[in-house]
Design a protein. Structure first.
Length: 146
């Protein structure tokens, strides 16, 4: 009897276990990041009422900048380029600009530690982040005319 092949139940269980472990790890990171970031980067007194939504959008841009190429999605312009455009339009204050960049980097790093290849979980995260980003953009533009 040959063991260790694709039809070996122990191998499938190992792959499933590895998938679950990676998914749980990514979920823990994704859930922990916003809490840490909100505590570390409270908006300033002069911050607009939609500041936290824009900070979250920056984080989403960073996550997508990592995930989309990982899963062979070719976006033009890149999510980093879109972030640059966003920064140019949204920031005059250098401290505020740095906070947005930090959130972008946190979104990127959060997934770069968990994924080395595109997985089903990475694709699901991508879809969820695209939807969340669309919702934030729609909400901010409709409520605040931005």
């Amino acid at each position: 009897m040959v063991t260790g092949g694709a039809h070996d139940p122990r191998m499938r269980n190992g792959q499933i276990s590895d998938f679950i472990r990676r998914t749980v790890f990514a979920a823990v990171i994704a859930l922990a990041m916003p809490v840490q970031v909100v505590l570390a980067q409270q908006p300033g007194i002069d911050a607009p009422p939609f500041e936290q939504q824009l900070m979250r959008l920056s984080e989403i841009f960073g996550a997508l900048h990592f995930l989309r190429p990982l899963c062979d999605e070719d976006d033009t312009p890149s999510w980093r380029d879109q972030m640059e455009d966003f920064l140019d339009a949204e920031t005059v204050n250098e401290n505020r600009r740095r906070r947005f960049i930090e959130r972008f980097n946190q979104g990127y790093r959060g997934f770069s530690v968990a994924y080395r290849e595109c997985t089903d979980a990475a694709r699901i995260a991508m879809v969820q982040y695209l939807r969340e980003g669309e919702t934030i953009i729609s909400d901010v533009t409709s409520r605040y005319g931005r």
